[in-house]
Design a protein around this ligand. Structure first.
Ligand code: 0X9
Ligand code: ZN
Length: 425
């Protein structure tokens, strides 16, 4: 496994790693891995602070003295362009443990179980399938009388297809927590929960997240051994609608960050999502990612609009408006393929293309690479959730309104009830 490679490097630098500190004068540098072989003993003696390893490069948090020592020993290094400025580095550094306030897989498992234990009438934890490395993929199901099959409108929120997008676990998890904790005190929450069936899968890619936390922070894909020395399939390119449509929206190359796998639905994590859809009749979907701060809707595989453009853009724009009211932060609502970039085999093209349901990718903050890239400060978790909450509640309400009897349809509702499911293939 890839882990073995990394463990040898970690052992190599372990002393340096133990005293890792984030200081304003540190720079993130990279050195070629072959230097480890050439200058192993000299490197070891420097007790460098190893950050991660990728693609034959070792990344190091280096002090000015470290840089001077490397130069004195004639070991070439490169200052990593994506390094945060010292002040930023401090701001985004994790305060309490490797992943700080962000959930790891076991922490999420524990917290989901605790929620279901505390609110047994409202919440159940379901195991919807196993990852490649045999971790459970969990769904938190929330509804009034959750133990009963009441045939209510159903909506699904997904998180963390991409391992390094840690904030995308927190937003759906906090949504579940908010719904159960405010059920008895907030009549609006009670109305939504009583009249719908809400499914939250905060961690679609548990193996990747663990790898991102413990070994390589930038890991994106799952942990598939591709058999040629490369690892990982991009789970957001493995769904079966127009899978592999072209080589721009996904890649046939195993080493690519957007490698689509050898066929549609080859990955067990994505099979788990598909199985859930076979058992449950969802009326809307949101999948959380980061970064960019946008709301994306199908199509992703083409720049063309779907025949539901009006509905999708109206829902997206309303979610955007509600979000902006909370914090002033603006999430543009855009058609994914036209406004963002092309993808094929992604979640929302599949849920919309096959099931005809409004489907959104919400790319959480930050809004650019300069403002933090894949990293969010722990103190931003709650504000990011807060601004996303009204959009999620709006979509749940939309499902209730459009899938209930006409007498319950509010006249103030600007949007048309969703038409019968369409097979748009
Ligand atoms: O590329 C992706 O899978 C998503 N972006 S991310 O940076 N989180 O990896 C975007 C998917 C949305 N679909 C399209 N842009 N077509
Ligand atoms: Zn993503």
């Amino acid at each position: 496994m890839k882990k073995i490679l990394t463990i040898s490097i970690l052992a190599f630098f372990i002393l340096g790693h133990v005293h890792a500190q984030y200081r304003a004068d540190r720079k993130i540098i990279r050195i070629d891995k072959h230097q480890e072989i050439k200058k192993g003993k000299e490197l070891q003696a420097l007790n460098l602070d190893l950050l991660m390893e990728k693609d034959g490069k070792i990344y190091i948090v280096a002090s000015p003295q470290d840089l001077a020592s490397l130069e004195a020993k004639n070991i070439p290094y490169h200052i990593e362009h994506r390094a945060l400025y010292p002040e930023e580095q401090r701001r985004y550094s994790i305060q309490s443990g490797v992943n700080g306030a962000f959930h790891s897989y076991p922490e999420l498992e524990r917290d989901l179980m605790a929620l279901a234990d505390s609110y047994p009438e409202l919440a159940q934890v379901m195991d919807i399938g196993d990852s490649l490395e045999k971790r459970n993929i969990y769904a938190l199901r929330i509804s009034g009388n959750v133990g009963l099959q009441e045939n209510e409108p159903s909506v699904i929120f997904l998180g963390c297809h991409h391992a390094r997008e840690w904030i995308s676990v927190e937003v759906p998890y906090l949504l579940g927590k908010y719904l159960v904790e405010n059920y008895s005190s907030d009549p609006e929450v009670k109305r939504l929960v009583d009249n719908s069936d809400i499914w939250i899968v905060p961690l679609v890619n548990p193996d990747g997240l663990e790898y991102s936390i413990h070994f390589y922070r930038y890991w994106r894909k799952n942990m598939r051994n591709n058999g040629d020395g490369t690892y990982g399939v991009d789970l957001n390119r493995n769904y079966g609608y127009r899978w592999g449509w072209d080589n721009e929206g996904s890649s046939p190359n195993t080493a690519s960050e957007v490698y689509r796998g050898t066929g549609p639905f080859t990955e067990p994590e994505i099979q788990a999502v598909r199985s859930l859809f076979e058992q449950q009749d969802f009326q809307a979907l949101v999948t959380y990612h980061n970064y960019s701060q946008v709301i994306l809707y199908p199509w992703g595989y083409t720049e063309e609009a779907s025949d539901q453009e009006g509905l999708l853009s109206a829902l997206g724009n309303e979610m955007s408006r509600l979000m902006e009211q909370v914090s002033g932060r603006y999430y543009a609502a855009e058609r994914a393929g036209a406004g963002f970039y092309l993808t094929n085999g992604d979640t929302t093209d599949w849920s919309f293309g096959v099931y005809g349901i409004p489907s959104f990718t919400i790319e959480l903050p930050p809004d650019s690479s300069i403002t933090g890239e894949f990293f969010n400060a722990e103190s931003d978790i709650q504000p990011i959730f807060d601004e996303n909450l009204p959009a999620a509640l709006y979509l749940i309400d939309w499902c209730i309104q459009t899938h209930s009897s006409p007498s319950r349809f509010s006249s103030s509702q600007a949007l048309q009830p969703k038409q019968k499911r369409l097979l748009l293939k």
